[in-house]
Design a protein around this ligand. Structure first.
Ligand code: TRP
Length: 329
């Protein structure tokens, strides 16, 4: 049994890529491990400091995760800013985080380039806060994508540095949660690359049917195979990849055969794919709507989550403070 921590950015709705790349694995993982899933609302301030949006974004993303089946009675589901202990550990870790190493991280350099007028200290110390999120629960595993590997490396470094500095064994060094075979990358509908918010090619779980149909029908293909068993072009292969996770095996095999016999009509395939996506997302979309309007339920979920998270966090923080040398009078 591992202790797993995963922070979820509070900006951007869930799309099919998020679902099949991460959320679906969380659903299984939560039953097998001690899991902490939290909405990283402090982190969102480094790039999206808009008071009018903050609460709504958190409510939306929380509702989406719950609608997908993250179970707050099984996992600890909480809001980062409800756990003040993490900010204290962040402060303590900052004392041993060096300007040079923080400046060198790829995500910092990238964001500094993107928002040159707002290169704030929060952006610089983003990996320190992330490390605090993780090690405050003594996590051993963190389910992260490629883009977060460097941040996880920094987490290990800060944990190790603390342990070495004080000659203790307080923090385990967490590694990436390995989904193994189940790691599926969902491509976008624009012919190449993965599905992503910033790529502008995503189908969201909360898109309504008309939007889904429009997006799928517009997906990039090619002029069609001219001979049997012709190798697929990337855009077409991408459509098949999405169909494989969404549609039934019969449907997938049917269109694959059509392709291999060089008689496929992409229009038919897209129509079918759109309907299958709609069938998959509709119950989730409806649950999201229900949950986000059920304030009483949401309040109960975050309260219970905060309580469980704080219990775990305050225990570690107490140990860290003592090790550093803080003593009561
Ligand atoms: N940096 C992560 C992201 O952008 C979000 C995050 C914050 C996180 N704290 C975390 C992820 C702790 C895992 C563990 O997606």
């Amino acid at each position: 049994m591992e202790t797993v921590v995963s922070g979820i950015r509070s900006t951007g709705n869930l799309h099919l890529g998020n679902y099949f790349g991460a959320v679906k694995n969380f659903l299984k993982m939560q039953h097998e491990n001690r899991c902490f899933f939290f909405i990283a609302d402090y982190h969102s301030l480094t790039t999206h400091p808009t008071p009018e949006d903050l609460h709504g974004n958190v409510r939306q993303i929380l509702s989406e995760y719950l609608a997908c089946g993250i179970d707050p009675d099984v996992a600890t589901v909480f809001i980062q800013s409800d756990v003040p202990e993490v900010t204290e550990l962040y402060l303590l870790l900052n004392m041993n985080a060096y300007l040079g190493e923080l400046e060198r991280t790829t995500s910092f350099k990238e964001k500094a380039r993107k928002q040159p007028n707002n290169v704030n200290a929060g952006l610089l110390t983003y990996p320190v806060l992330m490390a605090a999120d993780i090690i405050i629960h003594k996590a051993t595993k963190v389910p992260v994508g490629k883009d977060q590997e460097q941040n996880l490396e920094m987490t290990r470094r800060f944990a190790r540095r603390f342990n070495n500095m004080y000659k203790v064994d307080l923090f385990p060094e967490p590694t990436a949660y390995n989904f193994g075979e189940e790691l599926i990358k969902i491509p976008g509908l624009d012919g190449s690359g993965k599905m992503g918010k910033s790529e502008g090619n995503a189908i969201y779980l909360t898109d309504d049917p008309a939007v889904i149909r429009k997006k799928v029908m517009r997906a990039v293909t090619d002029s069609g195979p001219t001979r049997e068993n012709q190798e697929m072009s990337e855009p077409v292969r991408n459509l098949f990849t999405i169909m494989k996770v969404i549609s039934s095996e019969e449907t997938y095999n049917h269109f694959l055969e059509e392709y291999n016999k060089a008689r496929i009509r992409y229009g038919d395939m897209k129509k079918q794919l759109a309907e299958d996506i709609i069938r998959f997302t509709t119950p989730i979309r409806e649950r999201v709507e229900e949950i986000r309007n059920d304030n009483e339920y949401l309040r109960k979920v975050v309260r219970q989550g905060a309580e469980k998270a704080r219990e775990s966090a305050s225990k570690t923080l107490r140990e860290a403070r003592e090790i550093i040398g803080f003593k009561p009078f």
